[in-house]
Design a protein around this ligand. Structure first.
Ligand SMILES: [Zn+2]
Ligand SMILES: [Zn+2]
Length: 379
């Protein structure tokens, strides 16, 4: 079968900027040097472009994980055009198809099952899905967003203006127009492109599948450093409506921090989160499936099967109970209606504490069993 037609404009853009970044940028730096201000501005522009994609294109528009004030949406739409990754409408449409048909070689626009190159950049170099190109029927909600539609209609002149105008203007201000063009124009763009592309390629290849093994998405803390928090991609594919990707406070996710921070100023609202018990359940289920498979393939596994199942059922039940009680407590605190409010509250609190201790105990037991099963020798 003949390969789909080459899209020359994208090929020329990616090739010329990449070649420029690895030849002209270092040559100019070694010959004339770049000022510290230019480096700083380039880094800030890189962060602005990247976060506009992760916070705006991805978490706000593709997945509706929070609502944002028009001012924030405008700033993100401008940054998205600066990042040169097509309009927010187009990007979100592709991304929704990616989630819906993840790993399908026919339907996922950047299926990781077709290899690193294809999912990283190859999918944009040929007309793989010509019919999908103008079909935005999966983004009817976004078609009601004035800012999204304004950016979509004005995308081409915006992206040209930003990608040429901003680097040249800063270069002129810093007294080095060529340096500005190379650092803020070329190097920033290439880095911004590939850091985002890593989410489609590496985040589906390299890392752990903590919450689900139903798709290729991986959690990877290293990748989170380059992708403004999007490295926790396994979690994201299961809980795509959660505004966080790294759910622990220490997991590097500046996109999450930004969204949360803006909510303190009333600029973002309705931040959506997956219920904790569902997250724990998914993690436990995935681990259990892995252990079941291991037992099937191992010698003398019978001894563990029953106790593992027992601990698993128990843990699930306790976790559910724990969160149900917590919900009850929150409701009680909110209403404060009953005459015996204080007594009820204290009782609930002590039951919650007991459960917490029991969960910790059983978690230890579970981990111990899991380690023993993992160490079994294959049949
Ligand atoms: Zn993905
Ligand atoms: Zn997504």
């Amino acid at each position: 079968m003949a390969k789909p037609a080459i899209i020359w404009s994208t090929n020329i853009l990616f090739a010329s900027t990449f070649i420029g970044a690895i030849t002209l940028v270092p040559w100019y730096g070694l010959t004339y040097g770049y000022s510290a201000e230019l480096w700083l501005i380039a880094a800030l522009c890189l962060g602005y472009c990247g976060m506009s994609i992760t916070v705006g294109y991805h978490r706000l528009w593709s997945h509706k994980t929070f609502d944002a004030h028009p001012f924030v949406r405008f700033i993100l739409a401008i940054g998205g055009a600066f990042a040169l990754q097509n309009s927010a409408l187009h990007w979100s449409s592709d991304h929704r198809v990616h989630h819906r048909h993840v790993d399908s070689e026919e339907k996922d626009p950047y299926a990781a099952t077709k290899g690193f190159w294809y999912s990283h950049i190859g999918w944009m170099l040929r007309e793989y899905q010509p019919l999908r190109y103008q079909d935005y029927s999966n983004c009817r909600d976004l078609q009601k967003d004035n800012i999204v539609m304004w950016q979509h209609r004005n995308y081409w002149w915006l992206t040209w203006l930003l990608n040429l105008g901003v680097p040249l203007a800063f270069g002129w201000l810093c007294g080095d127009v060529v340096g500005g063009f190379l650092l803020i124009g070329v190097l920033r763009l290439v880095a911004s492109h590939h850091f985002t592309f890593f989410i489609n390629s590496l985040a589906h290849i390299w890392g752990k599948r903590t919450y689900t093994e139903k798709n290729s998405a991986r959690d990877n803390g290293w990748l989170a450093l380059l992708t403004y928090g999007e490295g926790y991609h396994n979690f994201h594919h299961l809980f795509e409506y959660d505004y966080r990707n790294g759910i622990r406070w220490y997991q590097f996710d500046p996109s999450k921090w930004f969204i949360w921070g803006m909510s303190k100023f009333g600029l973002t609202q309705n931040l959506r989160k997956a219920p904790t018990e569902r997250i724990l359940k998914a993690k436990l289920e995935t681990q259990k499936k892995r252990l079941d498979l291991k037992m099937e393939l191992s010698l003398h596994a019978e001894r563990w099967r029953e106790s593992l199942q027992h601990e698993y059922d128990l843990l699930l039940q306790r976790i559910q109970e724990f969160y149900a009680l917590r919900k009850q407590l929150l409701q009680l605190k909110k209403d404060k209606l009953s005459a015996t409010y204080q007594q009820e509250r204290d009782e609930l609190k002590s039951r919650i504490e007991q459960l917490k201790a029991s969960i910790q105990q059983h978690q230890q037991r579970w981990q111990q069993l899991a380690a023993e099963v993992t160490a079994l020798s294959p049949a």
